[in-house]
Structures are given as structure tokens and as C-alpha cells.
Write a protein that binds this ligand. Structure first.
Ligand code: ADP
Ligand code: MG
Length: 279
């Protein structure tokens, strides 16, 4: 579905040169839920902007279903980190959700159905006539998710969408994302700096190094598809996976590659011990 090949992005201007992303190559299959985790400043937002056609890469390319992305492609929706700035304060919730649909040439009745369905999906069926500023941060982010859903995207890019909400709300929103993914079969790329969140949410985790950014490792998350905040996060396997990702990120900071990916083929009940030796 998504193909990132040799992506490089260098910001240049006013005498400064920042190599945000050095060389990224990975793919996301149709219907996958992939989490991309990396330290702050490693270029996650830059990468997503390139993937969403909002920013031109310096080198390399992004393909969506085999076609090169050169501008915002139809069929792709974005949920940004800063929900406070992503909704129009003078528009009611329902109008915010409906706005992108107006470019799709849908009938008014169809738009109304999509908006109602999307708001229902995020648990905000009754909030349509409220203004964003009348809602809590978590609710505003739900509106942003509803707006993306109403657009009926095949691919959803999410950039640290829950970084600014409280822990309880964040847990609820994580479960919402997994629920929507399972119900709707959307391809989701979820970016976070939070290792636990990446492991809890993802079916696969792509670990990025610190800047200059490369893919440090890719890891299949072999937790059961039915996850819940209470049990999944205390499962021994969850702890092993998060420890492994943590070690990878630490190793990336030191600029080394840890030996092998022993977790990938490991059976659930008897994982092999993790190697902490350097190759
Ligand atoms: P992340 O989302 O992982 O925190 P970003 O993609 O926002 O990282 O930023 C990666 C690097 O690129 C940082 O060093 C940041 O300062 C730099 N950067 C981001 N946007 C710009 C820009 N428009 N111009 C110059 N440098 C930028
Ligand atoms: Mg960012």
C-alpha cells in the first residue's frame, strides 16, 4: 500500500542545513497497523509530511499503491499532533468533520450520513452542534479522528496524536484506534515517541534511530489482536517487546546495530533471551 524508498530530507535555508531524515526504506501493507517509534526530533513529522505529499523529499520517493506521491493523494487522511490548531474554532464540530467532504462532490444527504457515522464511531454522536473550544482536549482529538474517518480514507497517517492528552484519555483513544482499525480495515501508520504506545497499538513496529534518521529495526508484535489496557500491558510478552524496542533505541543513539532480531520468530510462551551483546 505504502512504499518508502531511500527517503531523505534536508531542510535548507537562511544559511542553515538540517538533515532531518537520512535514508528511510520500509513498506506498509494494505490493512496493516504499523507504529513508527523514534526519539523526539528524529524526523517523524518530516517523514509523515513527505508521505502525505505535503513536503517534497530531497531524495528517494514515496509510493501509494505503486504511484509516486507528489501532492496530497486522495484516499489519504492525516491526524496531526496539535488538535487545538487542526480544528476551526468558528465552525461547529459537525461542520469541521464535513469540511473535507465538500471537495469530494458528495450529496448533502451522503455527507450528513458520513459525518453522523464518524462522530458515532468516536463516541461523539451528541457533539455535532458544539464548538471545538467547548470540548476537552481528548474530545477535540476525537473530532479530528472523526474528520479523518468521514473522509473514508484507505490510508490514515497519525502523527503523535495523543501526546498532549492525559493518561486516561490517551488509553481510551488508543483503544479507539485499534477498534476502528479492526472494524474498518483502514491501513494505519501511527507515529509516536512512546515505546509502550507503539507496542500496545501496533501489529508491527518500525524503530527509527535518532537523527540522522535511518530504520534501526522492524519488529512484529506477536501480542494477541484482542488487547486491553489492563491485561496486555502487564503481560510478560509486552514487557519483553518494549524492553527490546527500548534497547534498540538506546543502541541507535550509540550508533550501533544490536545482534539479530530474535523476537521475530519467537513462540509466545518461550521467547529466547534477548541478546544485549554487540555484533
Ligand atoms: P520529530 O517529529 O521526530 O520530532 P521533526 O520531523 O519535527 O522531528 O524534525 C526533525 C528535524 O528537522 C529537527 O532537527 C527539526 O528541528 C528539523 N526541522 C523540522 N522542520 C523544519 C523546517 N521547516 N526547517 C528547518 N528544520 C526543520
Ligand atoms: Mg513530530
Amino acid at each position: 500500500m505504502l512504499d518508502v524508498r531511500g527517503l531523505k530530507k534536508v531542510y535548507e535555508g537562511s544559511g542553515r542545513r538540517v538533515e532531518a531524515v537520512r535514508d528511510l526504506t520500509f513498506t506498509v501493507g494494505a490493512g496493516e497497523l504499523v507504529c513508527l517509534v523514534g526519539p523526539s526530533g528524529c524526523g517523524k513529522t518530516t517523514l509523515l509530511k513527505c508521505m502525505g505529499g505535503l513536503l517534497a523529499p530531497t531524495a528517494g520517493e514515496v509510493l501509494l499503491e505503486g504511484r509516486q506521491v507528489t501532492g496530497p493523494p486522495p484516499g489519504m487522511a492525516f491526524v496531526f499532533q496539535e488538535y487545538g490548531r487542526s480544528l476551526f474554532p468558528w465552525m461547529r464540530v459537525g461542520e469541521n468533520v464535513e469540511l473535507p467532504l465538500k471537495q469530494k462532490g458528495l450529496s448533502k444527504a451522503r455527507r450528513r450520513d458520513l459525518v453522523a457515522d464518524a462522530l458515532r464511531s468516536v463516541g461523539l454522536a451528541d457533539a455535532s452542534s458544539a464548538y471545538p473550544w467547548q470540548l476537552s482536549g481528548g474530545m477535540q482529538q476525537r473530532v479530528a479522528i472523526a474528520r479523518a474517518l468521514a473522509y473514508e480514507p484507505r490510508v490514515l497517517l497519525m502523527d503523535e496524536p495523543f501526546a498532549a492528552v492525559d493518561a486516561q484519555t490517551r488509553a481510551d483513544l488508543e483503544d479507539l484506534v485499534r477498534g476502528l482499525w479492526r472494524e474498518r480495515g483502514i491501513t494505519i501508520l501511527f507515529v509516536t515517541h512512546d515505546i509502550d504506545e507503539a507496542v500496545y497499538l501496533g501489529e508491527r513496529v518500525v524503530v527509527l534511530s535518532a537523527s540522522p534518521t535511518v530504520v534501526q529495526e522492524q519488529l512484529k508484535v506477536d501480542l494477541p489482536p484482542d488487547r486491553d489496557q489492563l491485561h496486555t500491558r502487564v503481560a510478560p510478552r509486552f514487557a519483553e517487546l518494549r524492553t527490546h524496542v527500548y534497547e534498540q533505541i538506546q543502541a541507535a543513539k550509540r550508533g550501533v546495530q544490536l545482534g539479530g532480531t530474535p523476537l521475530e520468530a519467537a513462540p509466545m510462551d518461550a521467547p529466547p533471551p534477548l541478546k544485549d551483546g554487540l555484533r
